[in-house]
Structures are given as structure tokens and as C-alpha cells.
Design a protein around this ligand. Structure first.
Ligand SMILES: [Zn+2]
Ligand SMILES: [Zn+2]
Length: 210
């Protein structure tokens, strides 16, 4: 996509992820490290390296922070061609911005919640980006079925992945990381790929043959 559209999507991530904003640049590096070292010692998030879901979420958070701040030195090959907007990332990651989002969520809950237990969902709202990542990165390396024999623990979570828009076809993705369509069998359908086709037809992005 063009630089202009790239920035539209940066802002889109900011609006939809709010207090748990994830930088496409930093996550891009982390994701490439995950592919390069899947389930091994240098995998930034693997259920094989951590005792439970929250342990993995904490480790993912620390690795993300260290890549973002530069504390974790990463080879240049992992940074090549990633979208970058450091000024915006710093603004979106700042404590003040996160505090404003947090207040906004509390106000929205206060206006809409009709039962006390609705407020129990607030922590999930604060960290929704982290939870979404954790569900894919934990479950898709633990439970589900496989289409391909690969040298890692990746699995497809559900035959019909309508919740993660194709991201949960994780075994397929580890087998063919460069293909935009994560569906493989006749019953699998990747809604994320359908969205990409639409954006391609609207000339927002250009799909290239992998
Ligand atoms: Zn994986
Ligand atoms: Zn990937």
C-alpha cells in the first residue's frame, strides 16, 4: 500500500486498539522473530517457553517493549520493508494517551453498563490487543487440528474461523507464511483474505503473488 494508506491504517489501529495499541512496525519485527525461531528459545511468544497463558502474555509484553525501545537488538533483515511511523507510535504508546483511553472506557462503561458485573470486562477492554494476540499465539500453538506436518506446534483452532478472520488457521499460516489466504481445505474460509481482496479491488492495497 502507499505511504498515505499506511498512515490511515496506523490511525485505524489506534482507534480500534486504543489503550493496547500495537505498532505495526514493532509487531512486524516480533512476528518475523516468531517465524524464524518458532517454539525455540528466541521465540518472543511460545506456549512451549512459558507455563501458562498469562506467563506468555507477560513475556510477549516484555519482548514487545524491548523491541520497541531498542533494548532487544534485532538484526536488520527483520526490519526490512516494515511500515514505520515512529512519531505516531510514540504518541500512541505514551502514558497520557493510554490514560485518556482508560478514562474514556470507564465513562462508556458507566453510561452503558446495567449490571455491576459488566465492569468485570473492563480489564479485557484495557488490554484487548494483548488478549487477541494471546488467544491466537497460545491456542493456535496448543489446541486444534493440523493440515500440514511442520517442525513446530502450530495448529488451526477451528474449521470455520469467523472470529479471527483467518488468523486462527495458524498451521496453514506456518506452512505458507507468505500467502495472504490462510484457508486451505474446502471448508476453511479466510475472511481477512476476503477483506484484502476487497481492498485490492478498491485499489487501497495491491496483492502480489507470493
Ligand atoms: Zn505461530
Ligand atoms: Zn506470520
Amino acid at each position: 500500500m502507499s505511504k498515505g494508506w499506511e498512515r490511515v491504517f496506523f490511525v485505524g489501529c489506534f482507534i480500534t486498539q486504543g489503550s493496547s495499541y500495537i505498532s505495526a512496525y514493532t509487531y512486524g519485527i516480533m512476528h518475523r522473530l516468531h517465524h524464524a525461531h518458532t517454539d525455540k528459545e528466541n521465540d518472543p511468544h511460545s506456549p512451549s517457553n512459558t507455563p501458562n497463558l498469562f506467563g506468555m502474555m507477560w513475556e510477549t509484553r516484555n519482548n514487545y517493549r524491548d523491541i520497541h525501545t531498542g533494548k532487544l537488538q534485532v538484526e536488520d533483515k527483520y526490519k526490512k520493508g516494515l511500515p514505520q511511523w515512529p512519531v505516531f507510535d510514540n504518541f500512541a504508546h505514551s502514558w497520557i494517551t493510554k490514560a485518556v483511553w482508560t478514562l474514556l472506557y470507564i465513562v462508556i462503561y458507566a453510561l452503558l453498563a446495567t449490571e455491576w458485573w459488566h465492569f468485570l470486562f473492563l480489564p479485557v477492554t484495557f488490554a484487548m490487543g494483548a488478549f487477541q494476540g494471546a488467544v491466537v499465539n497460545w491456542w493456535a500453538h496448543k489446541f486444534g487440528y493440523r493440515n500440514f506436518k511442520v517442525d513446530n506446534t502450530s495448529r488451526n483452532i477451528l474449521p470455520l474461523d469467523i472470529f479471527f478472520w483467518g488468523e486462527a488457521y495458524h498451521n496453514n499460516h506456518h506452512r505458507n507464511p507468505a500467502t495472504p489466504n490462510n484457508a486451505h481445505r474446502w471448508f476453511e474460509w479466510d475472511m481477512g483474505y476476503a477483506a484484502m481482496r476487497l481492498l485490492h479491488n478498491l485499489r487501497v492495497i495491491r496483492l502480489v503473488r507470493a
